[in-house]
Design a protein around this ligand. Structure first.
Ligand SMILES: CC(C)(COP(=O)(O)OP(=O)(O)OC[C@H]1O[C@@H](n2cnc3c(N)ncnc32)[C@H](O)[C@@H]1OP(=O)(O)O)[C@@H](O)C(=O)NCCC(=O)NCCS
Length: 274
């Protein structure tokens, strides 16, 4: 079997979506990408299609790796091998190639997130030299109806991205980083209440995702984050609130205190120095 790679930019976008779906067949959580979702992650997560790769086995598509880039850092945003080709060493070969290319283009580090329960993927990344930074967890909450207080002030998402860069953890997972949040647009929203801030997906939808929660450093330790969560829920009644499993475990207590339930799936945030 001959393995080789081609730049993802050689392919029409619908073909890439198709390769992605085939490469994530029977994934631990069912995923089915469509073109609009692909275009959204392309823009928001800084995917570089010229550096992303389609894996070919004897000339036929056998897998895909999506690479995002910012400055010296790249992120393996997705990697999958088509079902019939798994467990035959192709993933390991592909990963070696991706790391070599990252070194050659001058990247200093590569990061990724992997579902903790996805044993083949965790093994693959550990074997390639990735080290765990922290566990990432998620929550869900079906909030009871509460009276709206209208005590939130809306801020520009671009400005919010700047605040996260200034005050947030320096090694936040890619999707929670200030750079990513600054690229969100309405109908997503950023809110401020005193020294506390939050970012949510469209409040018009029944299911709302919390993308950011931030308290200015001088105001930490006095319950403002939990208060912000309660205000969000009071201002948007009857919604189901989701915290995707990309939140640093150290934030967990805040969500539990606001009545959120922990999701079963968790991830490892991993990094390799190149
Ligand atoms: C994860 C994935 C990319 C690995 O690709 P692959 O071609 O199967 O990988 P390899 O054959 O090179 O094996 C890599 C490691 O996983 C282990 N592995 C492979 N299949 C396994 C299985 N079914 N169960 C447990 N471990 C397995 C191998 O033993 C190997 O580790 P080792 O060398 O220490 O023994 C592939 O399984 C896949 O595409 N899965 C679906 C999508 C996915 O989960 N992507 C990762 C998202 S972060």
């Amino acid at each position: 079997m001959t393995l080789e790679t081609r730049p993802a930019s050689d392919y029409p976008l619908p073909d890439l979506v198709n390769h992605l779906n085939l490469s994530f067949e029977d994934y631990i959580v069912p995923v089915q990408f469509n073109l609009p979702q692909f275009l959204t992650i392309l823009r928001k997560d800084s995917l570089d299609l010229q550096e992303s790769r389609v894996l070919l086995a004897d000339g036929n598509p056998a897998g895909i790796a999506l690479i995002a880039r910012r400055g010296w850092t790249s992120r393996l945003a997705a990697m999958g091998i088509m079902k019939a080709m798994r467990s035959r060493g192709s993933g390991s070969w592909f990963m070696g190639r991706l790391l070599q290319e990252a070194r050659e283009r001058g990247d200093h580090e590569m990061e990724l997130e992997v579902i903790e329960q996805n044993e083949p993927a965790v093994r693959l990344y550990q074997k390639a030299g990735f080290r765990t930074i922290r566990r990432l967890i998620g929550f869900v909450h079906q909030a009871a109806k509460q009276a709206a207080k209208n005590d939130l002030h809306e801020v520009d998402l671009r400005e919010m991205g700047g605040l996260i860069l200034k005050y947030g953890l320096p090694d936040l997972p890619w999707q929670l980083s200030g750079e990513t949040i600054a690229l969100l647009n309405p109908p997503a929203r950023a809110y401020q209440k005193g020294s506390a801030y939050a970012v949510i997906s469209s409040p018009e939808a029944v299911h709302i995702v919390i993308w950011s929660l931030l308290v200015e450093p001088g105001a930490r330790g006095s319950g403002l984050a939990v208060d912000m969560l309660n205000s969000l829920m009071a201002n948007h009644v009857g919604k189901t609130w989701h915290v995707p499993a990309i939140w640093p475990e150290e934030f967990g207590k805040i969500f539990t205190q606001a009545g959120f339930q922990r999701e079963e799936i968790s991830q490892w945030q991993m990094k390799i120095s190149l």
